[in-house]
Each structure stands twice: as C-alpha cells, then as structure tokens.
Design a protein around this ligand. Structure first.
Ligand code: NDP
Length: 475
C-alpha cells in the first residue's frame, strides 16, 4: 500500500527489536516477512535486534537471521542485498527477562531510536512486560507492536489499552492483524470503492447475504498449547474475520489516511452484533478422528496437550447483523474451522434477484454472487446471460480472475506499516475492544453450555446439517 500519507507522529523507525527472538512467530513469519521487505529495498537503513529469555544465545540468533537473510538474497535488488548483508553483520542479541522492571528500557536506551518493540511473546508475558514499564521510561517515539490475542475479552482488552496508552500515544501502538496485510483483504477497499459496477451495490437493498469462510485442511499440528485455549471463535473470527467483515461493510472513507480508514472500520464494527440469541445464531463443533489428504488425523480431544473437558471448538459459525441503515436485515455468516476436507478461504457476497425478470425468460434463477478468494487470491463474479443455444434461456457465466500474488508476505506489509510509523494496517484500540464486545456474549453462552458442541470427522465437511447455512464451494 501507499505510505506517503502516513507517519501521523512523524515516527520513522530505525531499529526493530524483536522480543521473543527464539519463538515460532519470529522464525516462521516475522523474519521472512522482514527480510523480503528489505530485499525489495523497502526498509532502507533499518537495524535489527533480538531479545529473549536465557537459554538462547547470540550465536543461535545470528544463525537464525543469517539463514533467512540468505534465503531472501536470492530475490533481492542490489540495494536490498547490501541491506541484508548489513543486517547480518550488525544484528545483536540480548538475553533479558522483559518482566523485570527496568530491563527492557535499559536495552532500548542502547539502541538507535526510534525503536519498534515487537512483542512476539506469550500474551501474558507481553502484558506483564508493559505493566512493569513506567510512563516516561521509554522515549515517546517508541512503537509498541502487540500480537494477537489482544486481551481475552472486552474488559481485559480495555485494561491492556489503558496500560499501553500510559506509555506512548495511540498512533504508536500497532495491534497486529496480519489479515489486513493480505493483499486481497485490503484490496476489498479498491474493489468496492473504485468500481462503479460494485460501489452502489454494497447495501441491504442489493445484497441478500454475506459469508466469510475460513476452512482449513490443517488440523492441530502440535499447537495445542495455544489453540486449545483459543478455539476457532477466538483464533479466527474474533480477530481476522471481523476485520474482513469491517472492510466489506464500512462506508467509503474520504481518504486512505489511517484516521479515515480506521474511523469507518471502527464505526461499522460498533454496529455489529449477533443476529439473535447465541443458541439461534451460533454453532460450534470439534473434530474426531478421520483422514485428511490421505493422512490419518487423530481425534482432537485425544491430542497431547488438549483438555478434553474444555470443549474447545475447532469449527465455529456465527451469524451477525449490522444494525445500521446500510445493512439492516442482512445476515453475515462468519465461519472458521480446522481439519476440514477442503481448504476454503473466501468471502461470498450473494446479490438479491432483480426487481422484475422480464416474463418469458427460462432457466435457473439462482442468485448471482461475487466471490473474493483469500488464498489462492481470486475473484469470481456470476452473471446471467441468455444464449448461446436457446435465446430465451438464461445461462450462468462466471467472470474469473486470478490476482497477482503480492510481492510482500502479509507480515512484510504489517512490518512496512510499523517501520514507517503508519498504523493503518493495525487495529485501533477501540476497535480491538469492539471485536471482543461482539463475541463476548457468544463465549459466555458457550461456556454455559447453551449451545451444544457437535462433532465432525476430520477430513469431512463439518457436522451434518451445517452445509445448509453456507453457500457451497464452486467446482
Ligand atoms: P513461542 O512460545 O514460540 O515464543 C515465545 C517467545 O517468548 C520465546 O522466544 C520465549 O523464549 C520468549 N519468552 C517467554 N517468556 C519470556 C520472558 N519472560 N522474557 C523474554 N522472553 C520470553 O510463541 P509464538 O512465537 O508462537 O507466539 C508469540 C506471540 O505471537 C503470541 O502472542 C501469539 O499469540 C502470537 N501469534 C503467533 C502465531 C504463530 O503462528 N506462532 C500467529 C499469530 C500470532 P524461550 O523459548 O526461551 O522461553
């Protein structure tokens, strides 16, 4: 995205300090995202530092950084290659316990500022690290980059916001939702607001239903420690899918400046709520043993690290309404799940039928749809045409496009925003609280067993009967 508008605080980060240097997020997503950004020549002059708990060494950090830099060098511009080499030569590692008062600010003071502190730590550790920081202890230009989950309900998100805002201004707090860095997700704005064909159609008058579906084939894959405490509702719907919903339903901002975009996104999510009681408008399920892509998948409840009595859902579906004049009455179905038979990551906009179809047309009268694929990145728009063949019979054609994959990884886009001090692609504090406000009643009802937990075999399509609520996949 274009960052020329940004830098509301004039911050231009000089050093990225990753806390949790030995962690999974750092190795799998942050470092590859960063080095691809540097390779493309889009983060000139940035310095990289790592920090973590004792037990990890500067040599291990250097080996980790060297490996990802080498991988990125293959595709780098000349300038990018030189920057990657500089990163390898200058990166530093410190072992500190970030929860000990004074340790973090001492380290920050040794680095060239402004510094972006990336909290790639367990959520409770990130929270503690921020709580022990005193106002004024960090330079005001410091950026705090917080990972999901941001709190565990509305109240804890409010508390965390209060803790952070003591330390730096809101514009310097980046609450990461890497979905906003996915090209096709952020491009929803271009699709909606730059096309006369679509722009007027995104209202209750023209749209019958919107679905946002994120079905994964992957099962638990050894992540019980995180996932069993989160579940599909918290892991995907509360965070990523609500951001997609916001982009699909917000009013057009006047500009792409962060204030305009985030005001509109926040405003529409404030109008969102579950469509009825949790029993009427939510469903949850957990997978049992099955086969996925020819591989046996064990019963979720028997996986190591899973508390079978916690009833953690691996598939969740919620129906929301947006209670404003643009969207009143339209159902929004958000669904996310694991260990399903088919990967499906898409938003489906189902349009209402025309107000009058000229009498005499024959053929199926299926609603037309726009499908936005989030991986692979695709667009499909249905149209009804008559002919060839019988002139009076309607046939369905679908205009389909495969979108170019973006040159940056989603975490590269997120980091580009962080390093240039542009929080547009991060979640604003009030919106982070709103997202919990939307799902808190569902979590409470589920904890209270008001909605039964159903079962489905791994590798299948989900529990029997669920298919009626969601549009079937194409082909
Ligand atoms: P990991 O458990 O893999 O890594 C956590 C890191 O924090 C480790 O390097 C650990 O060091 C370090 N650490 C723990 N306690 C302290 C401490 N007191 N002081 C300094 N360092 C400490 O977690 P992940 O990388 O998976 O997750 C990090 C964050 O990112 C979490 O908030 C998670 O929710 C979020 N996230 C993760 C994703 C992923 O795919 N992994 C995806 C999206 C978000 P040590 O190992 O030595 O204890």
């Amino acid at each position: 995205m274009n960052h020329e508008f940004s830098t509301p605080t004039g911050t231009h980060v000089r050093t990225l300090l990753i806390l949790g240097a030995s962690g999974d997020l750092t190795g799998r997503l942050l470092l590859p995202g960063l080095t691809r950004l540097i390779a493309a020549g889009r983060a000139p002059g940035i310095a990289l530092a790592g920090a973590g708990a004792p037990g990890y060494s500067p040599e291990q950090w250097l080996a980790r950084v060297t490996e990802v830099c080498s991988a990125a060098e293959a595709e780098a511009t000349d300038a990018g290659r030189a920057e990657l080499q500089k990163i390898r030569a200058t990166t530093s590692y410190s072992d500190i316990d970030v929860t000990v008062p004074g340790e973090l600010s001492k380290l920050v003071a040794t680095l060239q500022g402004p510094v972006a502190l990336y909290f790639a730590l367990p959520p409770a550790v990130s929270q503690k690290a921020c709580e022990v920081l005193e106002p004024g202890e960090l330079p005001e230009s410091t950026l705090l980059v917080m990972e999901k989950p941001f709190g565990s309900d509305e109240r804890s998100a409010q508390e965390l916001n209060r803790t952070l805002i003591r330390l730096v201004p809101e514009e310097n707090i980046h609450r990461v939702d890497h979905f906003l860095g996915k090209g096709t997700v952020f491009n929803i704005m271009g699709l909606r607001f730059a096309n006369r064909l679509l722009e007027p159609l995104f209202t209750a008058e023209h749209v019958e239903k919107i679905e946002i579906i994120y079905d994964e084939e992957l099962a638990l894959e050894g992540r019980a420690g995180y996932y069993d405490r989160a579940g599909a509702l918290r892991d995907m719907i509360q965070s990523h899918l609500l951001q997609v919903l916001g982009l699909l339903t917000m009013n057009a901002p006047a500009t792409l400046k962060e204030r305009d975009v985030r005001d509109h996104l926040g405003s529409v999510l404030r109008a969102a709520a579950i469509a009825g009681t949790p029993a009427e408008s939510t469903r949850r399920a957990r997978y049992t043993a099955g086969t996925s892509k020819g591989r046996p998948v064990p019963d979720y409840a028997s996986e190591q690290g899973v508390n079978r009595d916690a009833n953690t859902e691996t598939l969740a579906e919620v129906t929301l309404n947006i209670n404003n004049s643009r969207w009143a009455g339209v159902p929004f179905v958000l669904r996310a799940g694991k260990a399903l038979g088919r990967m499906r990551k898409e938003a489906i906009i189902t349009f209402r039928p025309v107000s009058h179809l000229p009498t005499g047309f024959k053929g199926t009268d299926e609603p037309t749809r726009l499908r936005i694929g989030f991986g692979p990145d695709t667009l499909e728009l249905d149209l009804d045409v008559n002919g060839p063949g019988d002139l009076y019979t309607l046939d369905r054609v679908t205009l389909a496009a495969e979108l170019n994959s973006p040159d940056l990884l989603p975490y590269g886009e997120v980091l580009l925003g962080v390093l240039s001090g542009d929080p547009t692609l991060s979640v604003r504090g009030d919106t982070a609280e709103e997202c919990w406000r939307i799902v808190d009643p569902i979590l409470a009802a589920w904890a209270n067993n008001e909605v039964p937990i159903e079962e489905y075999a791994a590798g299948g399509n989900g529990p029997l009967g669920w298919e009626t609520n969601c549009t079937l996949p194409t082909s």
